[in-house]
Ligand binder design. Sequence first.
Ligand SMILES: [Zn+2]
Length: 510
Amino acid sequence: MPRNSSLRSSLSGRQVCIHGHFYQPPRENPWTGFIERQESAGDFHDWNERIAAECYVPNTEARIVGADGQVVKKVNNYSWISFNFGPTLMMWLEKSNPKAYEKIIAADRESSLRLKGHGNAIAQAFVHLILPLADPRDQKTVIHWGISDFKRRFGRGPEALWLPETACDDQTLKLLIDFKMKYAILAPSQAERIRKRGASSPWKDVSDGSIDPKQPYRWFDPSNDRRRFIDLFFYDGPISAAVSFEKLMADAKVCADRLVGAFGDLKKDGLVSIATDGELYGHHHKFAEMGLAYLVDQELPRRKIEAVNYGYFLSLHQPEWEVEIKAGPQGLGTSWSCSHGVGRWFLDCGCGSEGKSQKWRTPLRQALNVLKSRLDSLTERAGENLFKDVWVARDDYGEVVGGGAEDLPRSFIEENLSKNSLSDIKKARQIMEMQKFALYMFTSCGWFFSDIAGLEAAQNLKYARRAIELAREISDEDFEPEFLEILAQAPGNDPKFPDGKAVYAALRKS
Ligand SMILES: [Zn+2]
């Protein structure tokens, strides 16, 4: 029986939604499939293990302690918050900690029962790449993979898809409409202007971040087909920032007061929502998972506030306003973690610099873009007579990647290959794997931090190197010299790794 179903009739129309974006970059060695020991993870073998122990697992059974310090209850926080998990992280968790994995899936089922079919989980683009910086075919593929991965794990279709770094432009939203997503979650700073729904209403500028985040907004495809739209939620910026950077969740009572205070003198139903990285609940902020449990289980019900998810709120409240989003510098879109649009993922913009030069960011992206175009051309040449349609096959390959299949499944072969000798199947697999690594090498974390010699940038280079190797196996073409020539123009900050080429040269295969 849902815990607070009896409360519902007496609850006000004020609701709270807490969204956690749970994600780690993929860390597996592309040659072995295993994660190597990461010294910086301290007592743990690697960062996945450490963050699982500090965050992913504790949030499945977050403790509520009584006045005497005894544990009086354990709460599965995922049942009470909106959340997305990176598909590559879920692949790891499923193998490494099946018990916690099952509790996360179960939390979605529980919330779906409680909230009239609106489960707490939403999908995520499979590869955590910056969508506005990717080419349209790749955008489509990583969304396709993310949705099919979600369906397989959660046994239902997603209502929404988390955009990596909330990076978004008009093209991204159009794609979400194509994929029949009902809503997206953005930062308040990403809104440009709003108006009451109806073409004659005047627009109001909210580009200073002043959009009222307590209601959803409808975004119409600028193509002027009013049937094409998606609804947008903008999270509460100041409270989200306080949870992320001021440890607001350390005291559930203070946090609840802050959330309730955000309703102000609102006379109608409303939603106060926050969105943060999920890892802060226990990993970045120790014991914050306990604060979160106390908030959703005690402090919010005490104030007659229901913890819901966006999909449920939207089912009860259609947007009364429409919105346009910012185009961003050079029309490349905007994000939640860079005040220069999406500059953090290709420019020396200053975000995340820690005092270091980020002149490496542009050449790193250029090198990968050039390599990608070579790999794509090879894919078309080598795949032309082998696949019915090599790009449709790549979309379908998401099922294989997410399912962790060792060999190409029979169904994939029958649907996608036009030849099926053993050597054809082997080559098909090589082409698909090459494309997989060609997408993985754009994982956004590679640009997020301060230096090209960091773990995350090096990981992207490992994927690039593996893709280059596979290209050599498929053909007699070698894309490495051209790639390294551009990479040599990416200056590093560590004297041991003066440029991107040096980082690449030091990559170990095992
Ligand atoms: Zn920036």
